[in-house]
Design a binder for this molecule. Structure first.
Ligand code: ADP
Length: 554
């Protein structure tokens, strides 16, 4: 099928008998043609072809087939044109041999009755060639007699087909280019989505000084919401306060390849902020095609306000918190399983343990416990930061709760030979608190006191003022250097020496404690001297006198 078009000549070779093989097998629709028939430049030639054809060869219907892309003699049905209102006949089926016969050259051919299935009517086969390549076939069911076409008609038909073929070939080539263009448009859409997500404003300006791209943040910073800026000079469209600086930076960048940043005061989106404008020249890559993109200038706009920078940092922080929250949540259940399994092992559920085995299971238990504490702390921290911890406030008997929490450290005090003192100075005083969270606060502080105290005492004391009550946790431990004091309430800060490694911490305890206290409307403060000891004091508001009685801990 590489044969070029031949001169119009009558064709009277009989259609191959193999045409009989082909019945009314359905041929799938070729999507390309649907695009093609709707494509600019094809619809009108199609109408011309059909009109011309019907003038010289009376036909009832015509079917268009296009060669399958990728070769082979197979054709795909593309479209039907009927002169009469629709009839119920099956679609024409084509055998490869019939197609080869029809496409063997560019001449129109008349297939004798019976060439297509059992159909006794006369079909005109009109090969379509364009730009020297076979394109497809028009098959028209005619009202001709079996004698076929006379020479004049044949040459008129072939002329029409040749003309139409060229048009379609150009349209196909055009569609191919369109395809590339739309792939390019897809990539462009992806790129602008990416550029829209950066916090800087970006404006690309071509050699002629016309705008080719403005990202979302630049539109916000420059108040370019409905302005039609594409392909235009941006400067006259800019707000007066920016236009001068913008033009100067642009001119300098184009002259020298770059421009130092300028800062202008902007008001946009209900806020005043310093806007930094800088620019760089973007030169086409040396390795690119010769006719690559021309050089252009990229202007970078930055909102320099502290608020904008803070918002960015907050955003990063939020993402991190979210990640921690998800990760620690996911870690909890497998860890609980490990803890349970180790507990069973060390209780001898799987057989009596040797000393060495017990030593190992103890070690696993300690570390799993530490991991559980760490994960619980991480989860608490991320919930606090996301504002997802809600207090169940009640009127809590402070002394009662303090005594109960201190009691839980009795065994540890004995084991460590530390003097655990409890000084209750707020009898009957109720604070407005979530009993579980208040208990968590006290446990954190007491655990730290034990952790950082080698000898002496750990003390828990309560006291009251006019509208507050306090609970203070003191120890005679290692204390905290003055320089470190401001750090200890920050996340992940662990300062100084550690006394008791068996209670490894996460560096989150005090950060969580402080946030919980503040969530209660309270305050926490610390007084400490290295090698003398520390005192952490939590002050909480008293519960309103009329508040319903309720203490979480007896
Ligand atoms: P960690 O999990 O390390 O205990 P925290 O947030 O509870 O984390 O404490 C932060 C740091 O503050 C500790 O690593 C320690 O250096 C110091 N710290 C807290 N409590 C005490 C204390 N009672 N005595 C001495 N240092 C303390």
């Amino acid at each position: 099928m590489t044969k070029k078009r031949s001169a119009p000549r009558p064709s009277r070779e009989p259609a191959p008998a193999a045409a009989q093989e082909s019945s009314a097998a359905p041929v799938p629709e070729l999507p390309v043609f649907r695009e093609l028939s709707g494509a600019r430049g094809v619809r009108a030639p199609l109408d011309t072809l059909l009109a011309g054809l019907s003038r010289v060869v009376p036909f009832e219907r015509a079917s268009f087939f296009f060669l399958r892309p990728g070769g082979g003699a197979g054709l795909q049905w593309a479209a039907n044109f009927r002169r009469a209102p629709s009839d119920d006949e099956p679609e024409v089926g084509l055998s490869p041999r019939l197609v080869n016969w029809a496409m063997a050259d560019a001449r129109p051919k008349v297939a004798p009755p019976g060439s297509i299935g059992n159909d006794r009517r006369i079909y005109l086969f009109l090969p379509l060639w364009g730009l020297g390549e076979p394109l497809g076939l028009v098959i028209a069911r005619t009202m001709l007699d079996a004698e076929g076409l006379d020479v004049a008609v044949e040459s008129a038909v072939q002329g029409l087909a040749a003309w139409f073929g060229e048009r379609v070939a150009y349209a196909v080539a055009y569609l191919g280019a369109e395809g590339e263009r739309s792939a390019l448009a897809g990539r462009e859409a992806m790129a602008s989505a990416l550029l829209d997500s950066v916090s800087e404003g970006l404006v690309a300006v071509d050699e002629a000084g016309l705008v080719s791209f403005v990202n979302r943040n630049a539109r916000i910073m420059l108040s370019l919401f409905d302005a039609d800026y594409r392909g235009r000079d941006l400067v006259p469209l800019l707000p007066a306060d920016v236009a001068t600086a913008f033009a100067a930076v642009l001119a300098e960048a184009r002259e020298r390849g770059g421009a130092p940043a300028r800062i202008v005061e902007r008001s946009a989106g209900g806020a005043d902020f310093p806007l930094e404008i800088s620019a760089t020249r973007v030169l086409p890559g040396k390795s690119g095609p010769a006719a690559g993109p021309a050089a252009s200038t990229l202007l970078v706009l930055r909102n320099l306000s502290a608020g904008a920078r803070l918002a960015r940092l907050e955003e990063i922080d939020r993402l991190k918190t979210e990640f921690i929250s998800t990760a620690s949540h996911e870690l909890r259940s497998p860890l609980a399983t490990v803890r349970e399994a180790v507990r069973l092992l060390s209780e001898g559920a799987a057989g009596k343990l040797s000393d060495e085995q017990r030593r190992l299971t103890d070690m696993v238990e300690r570390n799993v416990d530490w991991l559980v504490r760490l994960i619980n702390d991480l989860l608490d921290m991320s919930r606090l930061e996301a504002g997802r911890i809600h207090l169940d406030l009640a009127a809590v008997d402070l002394d009662g709760l303090a005594a109960s929490v201190a009691g839980r450290f009795g065994v540890e005090a004995e084991r460590r030979r530390l003097d655990l003192r409890v000084r209750l100075g707020a009898p009957g005083m109720r604070v407005r608190a979530d009993p579980d969270r208040l208990e968590q606060i006290l446990v954190n502080l007491l655990a730290n006191a034990f952790k950082f105290t080698l000898q002496g005492f750990v003390q828990l004391a309560t006291s009251t003022g006019p509208d507050w009550a306090e609970v203070a946790v003191s120890d005679s431990g290692v204390g905290i250097a003055a320089d470190d004091l401001p750090l200890i309430f920050e996340k992940f800060e662990q300062v100084g020496r550690r006394q008791d490694l068996s209670r490894k911490g996460s560096g989150l305890g005090l950060a969580i404690t402080r946030r919980l206290v503040e969530l209660h409307g309270g305050t926490i403060r610390v007084a400490s001297r290295p090698d003398e000891g520390s005192t952490f004091t939590v002050r909480l508001p008293l519960a309103p006198a009329a508040a319903p009685e309720g203490d979480g801990h007896g």
